[in-house]
Design a protein around this ligand. Structure first.
Ligand code: AFP
Length: 344
């Protein structure tokens, strides 16, 4: 692709433009390099002995979410921890696979940033060769805090200085924002580096495609029942157009499709996950995806509130999620506001 630039050059240009500093540039480079390592492991699959559950036979290893960990969940987490420990850009990090946040050991230099990540999103798809991914979010460490604790990570999504995901599918694709648009980089396996393949992507404001786990329909709240009911009613219904549905069950893959051609992704509140506040995690799933979507002209909401303005109360907090094409997210919010019950 003529004019295609490497990730490194893009980040240097952002630094020259004063959008990021050298420390953040190097941090993003370190995360990207870790994603390349994870891509190799995922690509090997059974040949690398990395499929299946972690833990010993009959004794699954369970993470803080109460979910059985896959070998690749654990391996991806280790790769990101190791890569980011010695770089000198971080004061601390937090992961879907770890109960508490982890300050950088004193044996290494400390930096000014906090990194949160879902090391391998879409675990239920690992063993069936469907796209999975890594999602990350970068915050500033509060001034004067040398050893950050969980509370220092509890900053609203608007405070993110960078966010991205890497999807491990037919291609390995890194999608990144440092607050100046959302850009796509594809891993050039021959060169071994990420090359920009789309700059400043824009999500169409309107769409005819929705993504939701329909098997949860009977557990949904009335606003969601009404909203999806009208989508399914199609052109003869109040929406006046037919909608198609997609659901990969890997948020990275569903959101990548939406960033590429539009659509709405939702994981609403339902009576199964209501006690937890939702299914998806705010700090390392909803917030980074919401920043990427907003930077691409889309919208992201809990159904009742702009996602990036949610004040976090816990590292592994869960929230209802609606994101994608602006007008469609506004439509979904309309159904929730109309029924006025505030669940957020
Ligand atoms: P796992 O990583 O535990 O597979 O969860 C994936 C996920 O968090 C997100 O990537 C999907 O959108 C969603 O859960 C899938 O949920 P369902 O399994 O209920 O469809």
């Amino acid at each position: 692709m003529s004019g295609a630039i490497a990730l490194t050059r893009y980040l240097i240009e952002e630094q020259r433009a004063g959008h990021i500093n050298a420390e953040l540039r190097l941090l993003v480079e370190v995360v990207a390099r870790a994603c390349k390592q994870i891509s190799v492991a995922v690509g090997k699959g059974a040949l690398g002995g990395v499929l299946g559950d972690a833990g010993s036979p009959g004794e699954a290893s369970i993470n803080v979410q109460g979910e059985a960990q896959k070998k690749l969940d654990v391996l991806s987490n280790e790769i990101l921890l190791e890569a980011n420990a010695w770089g000198g850009h971080l004061a601390g990090l937090a992961s879907e696979e770890m109960d508490a946040s982890q300050p950088i050991p004193d044996t290494y230099p400390h930096g000014n940033y906090l990194l949160l990540f879902d090391p391998l999103d879409g675990s239920s798809n690992i063993d069936v060769n469907v796209s999975v991914g890594t999602i990350f979010s970068v915050l500033r460490c509060p001034e004067g805090i040398a050893t950050p604790a969980d509370a220092h990570f509890l900053q609203p999504g608007t405070a993110q200085v960078a966010a991205g995901y890497c999807v491990y599918g037919p291609q390995t694709t890194l999608v990144l924002t440092v607050g100046h648009g959302t850009h796509v980089f594809t891993l050039d396996r021959e060169v071994g580096s990420f090359t920009m393949t789309a700059r400043g992507i824009r999500i169409p404001e309107e769409t005819k495609e929705f993504a939701v786990n329909m098997s949860n329909q009977r557990f949904w709240e009335p606003p969601m029942q009404a909203y999806v009911g009208d989508l399914l009613a199609g052109k003869d219904g109040p929406r006046g157009k037919d909608f198609n549905m997609r659901w990969v069950a890997s948020m990275v893959a569903d959101v990548h499709r939406i960033l590429t051609r539009g659509g709405i992704f939702s994981y609403p509140l339902d009576s199964k996950c209501a006690a937890k506040g939702g299914k998806l995690r705010l700090m390392y799933e909803a917030n980074p995806m919401s920043l990427l979507v907003e930077q691409a002209g889309g919208a992201a909401s809990t159904g009742r509130q702009r996602m990036l303005e949610v004040q976090p109360t816990g590292l592994h907090q869960r929230v209802p999620v609606f994101l994608g094409s602006k007008r469609e997210v506004e439509a979904a919010e309309g159904y929730h506001h109309a029924q006025g019950t505030d669940a957020s």
